[in-house]
Design a protein around this ligand. Structure first.
Ligand code: SAH
Ligand code: SF4
Ligand code: F3S
Length: 440
């Protein structure tokens, strides 16, 4: 088979990053290998995100630039996958005449057929949902892909319907993957040298709720912890309303579970949380955080916060700020609310001006940067355990992360990759820590 070349562009969350790996595996079966530039490619795949209008607009911008690429290489095939593809389907083919094919979030496994047809000049779109766990069985085994850290998908989709969010519409119903398949993948990854796994899903802590696997997320974590070779376990993303006591208990006695949790709060105001359909109050959220801190005093917490949700007043917003201080987040990913098609919140009255919203975002980010500084400064002068992941940009240095998910750089060598090291932190840089290995 002639070796053909594909350039895959990925936008959006970890789920899309993981999907891009699967896309490449599927394309290997029809003779494609990955290249890092469009100029070298026979085909471009744009794996898209539609969580905010900006992310969606960017996709159209990129597709426009592809017109220029087509002038240089008229045979270039252009495919669009991911959440915008799921949302728009066939309409994308009509809107963008130079597009070859569209595939939805549940159709990655159809790529070999889709691409073969596209190669013979057919334009097509496949966006049907598969709403059961059979969708996990449709991919070639990729447990053998190496690296020090990797994500393992344990569930997909979301049934929560937060009023602002498009994900349930573009990712479909929540479905958990079979426990035995997850454990097999983790074991293979460990054999291939992986030392840290991140259990991945839109809402991981409701793992097993549907599907009758006779297990839940806390038991899954305990099973993964038994896989030898795996030194660290993380998970993403969890929902505050599903932070069960058994899951909190894992932080007490599963040593491999890292001292970090991404627990998006979205707002500090009960009124806004109710409008968002989040299913918890501020005090219920704080109760989970306090329990976590009791169980794991060194735990670092990160969050997502939406600014300027319809009807958010200055008072509501100030409650988000006060909650950030109360928790002491090490990081927040904050976004100005963006109305999304089909979602409930899109029809709510919204009187706050754009400039007021961006002003609020600025204040939130300034607060977070001082909180991050404070959290990081706690580590200066002490030893921090780091799993070394690779060579830093700066010569002579390696990098990795602490259990609390802070990036640490320190002088080291290539043979340290994959090992645990204990540098002493000597400097708090804005987004990372600088360490130094002490001679024993
Ligand atoms: N499943 C995860 C993350 C989903 S999307 C969760 O439940 O937390 C990632 C983040 O994007 C969300 O946490 C939210 O903060 C943000 N987001 C989602 N929809 C948005 C919208 N319409 N406008 C602005 N931010 C949004
Ligand atoms: Fe979106 Fe809410 Fe589901 Fe997260 S839990 S993906 S924010 S609907
Ligand atoms: Fe974006 Fe889809 Fe992820 S909308 S955030 S790529 S699930």
């Amino acid at each position: 088979m002639k070796q053909k070349k594909v350039h895959i562009m990925t936008f959006g969350c970890q789920m899309n990053v993981s999907d891009s790996e699967k896309i490449l595996l599927m394309l290997h079966t029809v003779g494609y290998e990955s290249v890092s530039t469009v100029a070298d490619a026979d085909m471009v795949i744009v794996n898209t995100c539609s969580v905010r209008a900006k992310a969606e607009d960017r996709v159209y911008g990129i597709l426009l630039t592809m017109k220029g690429e087509l002038k240089k290489n008229p045979d270039l095939l252009i495919g669009v996958g991911g959440c915008v593809a799921q949302q728009e389907g066939e309409k994308l083919l009509k809107k963008i005449p130079h597009l070859s094919f569209v595939f939805g979030t549940h159709n990655l496994h159809l790529l070999p057929q889709i691409v073969t047809q596209a190669e013979s000049g057919k334009r097509l779109s496949e966006t049907a949902f598969i709403d059961d766990s059979s969708r996990f069985d449709l991919f070639p085994d990729h447990g053998g892909i190496s690296g020090i850290t990797r994500t393992v998908t344990i569930m997909q989709g979301c049934d929560n319907y937060c009023s602002y969010c498009i994900v349930p519409y573009v990712r479909g119903r929540e479905v958990s993957r079979k426990r035995s398949d997850i454990l097999n993948e983790v074991a293979k990854a460990a054999d291939a040298g992986v030392r840290e796994v991140t259990l991945l899903g839109q809402n991981v802590n409701s793992y097993g709720r549907k599907g009758g696997y006779g297990t839940d997320f806390s038991r899954l974590i305990r099973d993964v912890a038994k896989v030898s070779g795996i030194k660290r376990i993380r998970f993403m993303t969890s929902h505050p309303k599903d932070m069960s006591d058994p899951l909190l208990d894992c932080f007490a006695d599963v040593e491999k579970l890292c001292s970090h949790i991404h627990l998006p709060v979205q707002s500090g105001s009960d009124r806004i949380l109710a409008l968002m359909n989040r299913g918890y109050t501020r005090s219920e959220y704080m109760n989970r955080i306090e329990r976590l801190k009791l169980i794991r005093p060194d735990i670092l917490v990160t969050s997502d916060i939406i600014v300027g949700f319809p009807g958010e007043t200055e008072d509501d917003f100030s409650q988000s700020l006060s909650l950030m201080k109360e928790v002491g987040y090490s990081d927040t990913y904050s976004f100005v609310y963006s109305p999304r098609p089909e979602t409930k919140a899109a029809s709510l009255p919204d009187e706050t001006s754009k400039s007021e919203k961006s002003e609020r975002l600025k204040r939130l980010m300034a607060l977070q940067s001082s909180l991050t500084k404070g959290v990081q400064s706690r580590f200066v002068g002490s030893g921090v355990e780091v799993l070394v992941e690779g060579i830093s940009k700066k010569e002579g240095q390696v990098f990795g992360r602490s259990s609390g998910n802070r990036t640490v750089n320190f002088a080291g060598s290539i043979d340290m990759i994959g090992s645990m090291q204990l540098p002493e932190i000597i400097k708090n840089l804005q987004n990372s820590l600088l360490g130094e290995l002490k001679v024993k």
